[in-house]
Ligand binder design. Structure first.
Ligand code: ZN
Length: 450
């Protein structure tokens, strides 16, 4: 990109450490414009930190941050008012396990026809659906060609609408494993981009995904359901390989999420210091104790277990997926419920992308069905997920200084968790993206984007 004369002038100023005046009225010293405040009123507010509902909240938002949270009716003069009546406000939901750049599919050969640019555009569509479902932040765990990096950057630049994102780029895994692509025969010599075998190759791959934009590192510790030719009951990376991978990611300031179904893979990953176990299908009692000891989060991805049971016949699944799902689903329900009973720390993750995007709110219902209380499920999808992502100072609660990511539903979600599948108001970064509750005030005062 060519530098404008004005920019060259500024570069000279900086380089010479000299005081100098560049032409152009916008560069004259001016105080930053004070953003007009938005005041949000509602019947209740869920605070995940205390686990309590608070009556009659009044929230003042300035720019993209929450300025104050109070209780009463005081409204700063000149502010735009959004009165959501008796609705319940909640922190914008956080999904710690999505695949925005994938559409729901059967795991078969049709996936080979999706290019990286096409995947990024699929991501733009799914990012919008996810945001409008109330999920203002996601962690995207696994995308070929760094389509997720492109999507994250496009959202941050305001080119497309979607949740704020942490992304992993290509997930790391062994040759022939769940994070490889095993559909093509030998003569194509094809491996997925994240494949790395042995400590040296793994160290290089961790550095590479970070170089190209990964905020978090994802790897496959065990086999999975949608991959051809591997076994979810078996470990894939060795304990030594996991230790190298996780240590290198941590050294470079990235957290690590691992796809782990098999009992031994879960335990080895936890001992190696992984930050979250994704799925945890065959988690046993010893694994639960290890996770508690190491403060490891479980991201249980429960809703697809129920969704598959109801929709399997419509999905045109590859035969190996059908075979493996029959083993996985009953075990997952039993073992995840046991983990919940035993107090493992839980962060919400939906695995959306193996079923249609925008249904993410079903995960709250699924976790409650498997034994979490509604308060615990909401904490999993707000403050806990924020902690897992290292973003507790930005998101996960409605508190002064955090980003103004706020959603609302009609009624009390602690009494009926299914209400969270029908979010009617979505604000991200202080901008309203959906408002089906208060039509007049939004029309009169506040920009509403759909
Ligand atoms: Zn997944």
């Amino acid at each position: 990109m060519a530098l404008s004369p004005r920019r060259i002038c500024w570069l000279w100023c900086i380089g010479l450490l000299a005081l100098c005046i560049c032409s152009g009225p916008e560069l004259a010293a001016q105080p930053p414009p004070q953003a007009q405040a938005i005041v949000l009123k509602a019947g209740k507010l869920f605070d995940p930190v205390s686990g309590r509902m608070i009556e009659r909240p009044v929230i003042v938002i300035r720019g993209n941050k929450i300025e104050t949270v109070s209780y009463g009716t005081t409204v700063p003069s000149g502010a735009k008012l959004i009165d959501l009546g008796q609705a319940t406000l909640l922190p914008g939901f956080i999904d710690a396990h999505t695949h925005l750049t994938m559409n729901a599919g059967g795991g078969g050969y049709e996936s080979l026809g999706i290019s990286t640019p096409r995947a990024a555009l699929i991501g733009a569509k799914n990012a919008r659906l996810t945001l409008l479902a109330g999920f203002t932040t996601v962690r995207n765990v696994g995308a070929e060609g760094y389509a997720d990096v492109a999507l994250r950057d496009a959202i941050n630049d305001g080119d497309v609408i979607g949740p704020r994102m942490q992304v992993s780029g290509p997930p790391l895994g062994i040759t022939g494993g769940h994070c490889d692509n095993n559909l093509l025969p030998f003569e194509f010599h094809y491996s997925a981009e994240g494949v790395a075998d042995g400590p040296e190759a793994i160290m290089h791959r961790v550095r590479e995904v970070i170089k190209y934009g990964a905020d978090v590192v994802k790897f496959c510790a065990s086999g999975g359901v949608f991959s051809k030719g591997d076994n979810p009951l078996l470990e894939q990376y060795s304990p030594e390989e996991m230790r190298v991978l996780i240590a290198e990611a941590h050294r470079l300031g990235r957290k690590v999420a691992t796809h782990a179904h098999s009992t031994i893979a879960i335990k080895d990953a936890v001992r190696a210091g992984v930050d979250s176990i994704e799925h945890g299908i065959f988690l046993d009692q010893e694994g639960i104790e290890l996770m508690k000891e190491h403060h490891t989060f479980l991201v249980p991805t429960s809703y697809p277990l129920f969704w598959f049971e109801q929709h399997e016949s419509e999905m045109d699944l590859a035969p190996w997926v059908v075979e493996k799902a029959a083993i996985i689903i009953p075990a997952a329900k039993k073992n995840v419920a046991n983990a919940f009973r035993n107090g493992v720390r839980v962060a919400l993750g939906t695995d959306a992308g193996v079923y249609p995007h925008g249904l993410n709110g079903g995960e709250f219902w699924a976790m409650v069905t498997l034994g979490l209380t509604p308060v615990q499920a909401l904490q999993a999808g707000t403050s806990n997920a924020a902690e897992l992502m290292g973003w507790s100072d930005r998101i996960g609660a409605i508190r002064p200084g955090l980003f103004a990511d706020i959603v609302a539903v009609q009624g009390d979600p602690l009494a009926d968790i299914r209400l969270l599948q029908h979010v009617q108001f979505v604000m991200k970064d202080g901008m309203v993206y959906k408002n089906e509750i208060s039509a007049e005030s939004s029309a009169a005062n506040v920009q509403v984007r759909h």
